[in-house]
Design a protein around this ligand. Structure first.
Ligand SMILES: *Cc1c(COP(=O)(O)O)cnc(C)c1O
Length: 398
């Protein structure tokens, strides 16, 4: 696909300038690789921020979407269609939760979780239980509700006042968390591994403190698994494998494998408090979105989960070796499964830029962290290729 359009020029003139884009125009993808408008090939270790879990132009996904688009794409939630119930059944079985609600993005899933938690306490006559406790370095999205439980000041400051009654605990201070949660708290919200905040896995002590405080006060637990879930860490949800027992889980990103799909999976306890008309969406759970998610689950359960675990071990081995050889430039390697962060002594932007120039797509988050979120189809040979470029980029950027 070649066009005579001046992509950068027309964007800078007409698109609202809310993004600082990297200087590359991607036109096409194939498996683990992206191709730019000059035909240059890039190894993709970011998958569009954890979304393109099946890689690019995946044949089964492309066939399923083409078939669904040629059959029926959208009808709204005014009517039944055959796929939403199927997807809900698959998701509840794989997560151990009871029901699912569908929306179009991670942020919308978080927003729904916050509303469902409030609705739960309202239904139970506890209208004073409106507060939320979240964590420092958290990221939950940019709508007013999701932003209100997002910690980083630079996202929040221009948009005050936000939803009141939100406090932030440190994941390194279990006693502090315990003091923040009481019988006026509606829910505590945690990312099992913080993504945007710098690839920070929740410490075991905070997991124990959360579970104890929720038990003591009846506070609901919301797990934001938009980035850590949908198989990213080798199990469908990260929560269960670290001892969290959430009442509500927000999903997004990889779930649609490139189609915008968000979902909340929740326990019956909360689901029973929700009535028809309480919440809704026009697009959420439409046929095209459900078909994408069903195809994604087919692939995930058809062997990808095992592959993620095998490749992850090799990936982290290679990353630790790079850190050990970096003369102190890489101070920490964090993550699990196929989410990895290299914490650097200095700003990580030059390394991201150097990698892009060398044909590797990675990203920087939380200023000093290089984040890797490869597609689930990644193989050890891709890890070798990425590790070589990454190490050369670290050396070049220093
Ligand atoms: C990406 C992300 C979100 C927001 O999802 P969108 O699809 O961008 O709306 C929320 N929480 C976490 C943990 C995320 O990684």
């Amino acid at each position: 696909m070649t066009t005579a359009v001046d992509v950068k020029g027309v964007e800078s003139r007409y698109v609202l300038q809310t993004y600082r884009r990297q200087p590359v125009v991607f036109e096409r993808g194939e498996g683990m690789y992206l191709f730019d408008d000059r035909g240059r090939r890039y190894l993709d270790f970011l998958s569009g921020i954890g979304v393109a879990a099946l890689g690019h132009a995946h044949p089964a996904l492309a066939r399923a979407l083409a078939d669904q688009a040629a059959t029926l794409a959208h009808t709204s939630n005014l009517y039944f269609h055959p796929l939403q119930g199927q997807l809900a059944e698959r998701l509840t079985k794989i997560t151990g939760m009871d029901r699912a609600f569908f929306c179009n993005s991670g942020t919308e899933a978080m927003e729904a979780c916050l509303k469902f938690a409030r609705r739960y306490w309202f239904t139970h006559g506890a209208t004073h239980r409106t507060k939320f406790v979240a964590f420092t370095h958290s990221f939950h999205g940019r709508t007013m509700g999701a932003l209100s439980v997002t910690a980083e000041e630079h996202y929040r400051a221009p948009f005050q006042p936000l939803v009141p009654g939100v406090s932030f605990a440190s994941a390194d201070d279990p006693a502090g968390l315990d003091r923040l949660i009481d019988e006026s708290t509606a829910a505590v919200i945690i990312e099992p591994i913080q993504g945007e905040g710098g690839v920070r896995p929740a410490p075991a002590a905070i997991v124990d403190a959360i579970m104890a405080a929720c038990k003591r006060t009846g506070t609901l637990l919301i797990a934001d698994e938009i980035q850590s879930g949908s198989g990213r860490t080798g199990t469908f949800l990260r929560s269960g494998s670290i001892g969290l027992e959430p009442d509500l889980v927000a999903l997004g990103k990889a779930l649609g494998a490139g189609m915008p799909v968000g979902a909340v999976v929740l326990k019956d306890k909360v689901a029973k408090a929700i009535e028809a008309g309480d919440h809704g969406t026009t697009y959420g759970g439409n046929l095209l979105a459900c078909r994408a998610a069903l195809t994604f689950l087919d692939e995930l359960e058809g062997g990808l989960l095992d592959s993620i675990n095998a490749v992850s071990a090799y990936l982290f081995e290679r990353l630790r070796a790079i850190a050990a050889r970096s003369n102190g430039a890489v101070i920490d390697v964090r993550g699990a499964g196929l989410i990895a962060g290299l914490d650097l002594k200095a700003d990580a932007t030059p390394i991201m830029t150097a990698a892009l120039e060398r044909g590797l797509v990675i990203n920087r988050t939380s200023s000093t962290v290089i984040r890797l979120l490869p597609p689930y189809i990644v193989q050890p040979t891709h890890v070798d290729e990425a590790a070589a470029i990454l190490e050369a980029s670290i050396t070049a950027a220093l």
